[in-house]
Design a protein around this ligand. Structure first.
Ligand code: CUA
Length: 414
C-alpha cells in the first residue's frame, strides 16, 4: 500500500518537474513560449491565463480531496461510521455549477477578443490617426517550400521572408498543390494555405529584430517535417534598403567571375523554366533572387557549396524526399553543377541579410519611399511607374480598390 502511494507521488513529482522544464524550453527563434511578436504574445497570454485557471481548479480539488480522504477514511475503532450524506444539497450544487461558469467566462472573454484581433487585417493607424500604407505579401505554399511576393513592390523571393520590425506585414495566402500551414511560432499563430482558390489572410508583427524559424504545420507529404522557412525581421530602414536593392535585380546582371558567368548561362539553359532571378510571378520552383544570402539550403540543410552541388545533382532526392525538382529533366556534369552553384551563391543583391537582423543596428523609417503613390489596399493593381510621385506623402491611403486614374482624382479630397 505504502509503495503504491510512493510511486504515485513520484509520478506526480516527475510530471511537475517536466512541466517546469518544458515551460522554459525552446529557442527564442522557434518557441511559442518565448513570444517575439504581437500575435505570439496574445497567444502566450491566453496560454498563461488558461494554465492559471487550470492550476487553480487543480489545487482546490486536490485540497478538498486530501481533506476528505483523511477526515472521512474508515476508522479502526468505528468501522461502521457513516458520514453525513449531502446528496441533493441545492446550495452545493449551485456553487459547483456557478464556479465553472465564471471560470469559463474569464477564459472566454479574452479568447474571443484575441481571436478577432488576430484575424484583423485592417490597415494600421499611426500616431496622428491616419491609416498607414500596408505591406502585403502574397504567400504561396508548395511542396516543400514557400514563395513570397511583395505586392506592388516588384519584389519576389522564397524561403526567407524579410519584414520590418514594429510594423504589421499583411499576408495573403494560398497553396499551389496541397494544404500547408504557415507557422512562425515565436511571432504568430498558424494559418493554413489552401489550393482550392480561397485566400487566407493574417498579419505578422515582429517586435524585435531576428531570424525566426518557420515550420509547415500541416502534414503535406514525405518532406512535410522539413518544409522550413525563415522570417528575417530587420529594422524598418534596413527593410526599405533591402526592398530597393531587390527591386534593382533584373537577373541579367553579369557575375564577377568567369566561372559564375558560365554558371549563369548554364542556369539559364537548364533551370529557368522553373526558377527565376529577379521579380517574377510564382514559378514551379523557388525564386532565387537573393539565394546567396540564404541561411539554409532548401530551408533545412547547411548552406555550403558542397551541399548545393549535391542538391543540384541529386535533385534533392535524399535531402528533401518527394520534392518536385525530381521531375526536372536536366542532366549536368559535376563541373557544370559547380559552376551553377558558384553563380547562385553569388546572388546577393543587398547588404541587408540575415546578419543585419542580428547586428542590433536599428535604422528608423516610415517606409514611405516604398509607397510612391496612392495604392489600393491588398489588391495587385498598383502601378509602379511613379507618375504621381509628387502626390506622395506616404501616410494616407485610399481604401477603395481604385485604379490609378481614379485615385488621382480621389486623392485630393482626403
Ligand atoms: Cu507543407 Cu507540411
Amino acid at each position: 500500500m505504502m509503495k503504491g502511494w510512493m510511486s504515485k507521488f513520484k509520478a506526480i513529482f516527475a510530471l511537475i518537474v517536466l512541466a517546469l522544464v518544458l515551460s522554459g524550453c525552446g529557442e527564442p527563434f522557434l518557441s511559442a513560449l518565448q513570444p517575439k511578436g504581437e500575435g505570439a504574445e496574445m497567444i502566450y497570454d491566453l496560454m498563461i491565463l488558461s494554465i492559471v485557471i487550470m492550476l487553480f481548479v487543480f489545487v482546490v480539488v486536490m485540497v478538498i480531496y486530501t481533506f476528505v480522504i483523511i477526515k472521512y477514511r474508515q476508522k479502526k475503532d468505528d468501522p461502521d461510521f457513516m458520514p453525513k450524506q449531502t446528496e441533493g444539497n441545492h446550495a452545493l450544487e449551485t456553487l459547483w455549477t456557478v464556479i465553472p461558469i465564471i471560470l469559463l467566462l474569464i477564459l472566454a472573454v479574452p479568447t474571443v477578443q484575441y481571436t478577432f484581433a488576430l484575424a484583423d487585417t485592417s490597415p494600421e493607424v499611426n500616431e496622428e490617426g491616419e491609416e498607414q500604407d500596408s505591406i502585403w505579401v502574397n504567400v504561396t505554399g508548395a511542396q516543400y517550400w514557400w514563395h513570397f511576393e511583395y505586392d506592388g513592390l516588384e519584389v519576389s523571393t522564397s524561403q526567407e521572408l524579410y519584414i520590418p520590425t514594429d510594423r504589421r506585414v499583411y499576408l495573403s495566402m494560398t497553396s499551389q498543390d496541397v494544404i500547408h500551414s504557415f507557422w512562425v511560432p515565436s511571432i504568430d499563430g498558424k494559418m493554413d494555405v489552401n489550393p482550392t482558390g480561397n485566400t487566407n489572410e493574417m498579419t505578422l508583427l515582429a517586435k524585435e529584430e531576428g531570424v525566426y524559424w518557420g515550420k509547415c504545420a500541416e502534414l503535406c507529404g514525405p518532406s512535410h517535417s522539413i518544409m522550413d522557412f525563415k522570417v528575417v525581421a530587420v529594422s524598418p530602414g534596413e527593410f526599405e534598403e533591402w526592398v530597393q536593392d531587390m527591386q534593382s535585380v533584373t537577373g541579367e546582371e553579369t557575375p564577377d567571375s568567369a566561372t559564375a558567368q558560365e554558371g549563369q548561362e548554364l542556369f539559364a539553359n537548364n533551370c529557368m523554366s522553373c526558377h527565376a532571378v529577379g521579380s517574377s510571378p510564382n514559378k514551379i520552383g523557388p525564386n532565387l533572387t537573393n539565394f546567396g544570402d540564404r541561411t539554409k539550403l532548401a530551408g533545412v540543410v547547411e548552406y555550403n557549396k558542397e551541399n548545393l552541388v549535391e542538391w543540384i545533382q541529386t535533385k534533392g532526392e535524399d535531402m528533401k524526399p518527394g520534392n518536385h525538382m525530381l521531375d526536372a529533366g536536366y542532366d549536368l556534369e559535376d563541373e557544370e553543377a559547380e559552376k551553377i552553384a558558384e553563380y547562385l551563391m553569388g546572388l546577393s543583391p543587398s547588404d541587408i541579410t540575415s546578419e543585419s537582423a542580428e547586428d542590433s543596428v536599428y535604422k528608423d523609417s516610415d517606409l514611405s519611399s516604398l509607397f510612391p503613390e496612392e495604392e489600393a489596399e491588398g489588391e495587385g493593381e498598383q502601378s509602379q511607374d511613379g507618375e504621381s510621385e509628387e502626390e506622395s506623402d506616404g501616410e494616407d491611403s485610399s481604401e477603395d480598390g481604385a485604379d490609378e486614374e481614379d485615385s488621382d482624382e480621389e486623392n485630393n479630397d482626403e
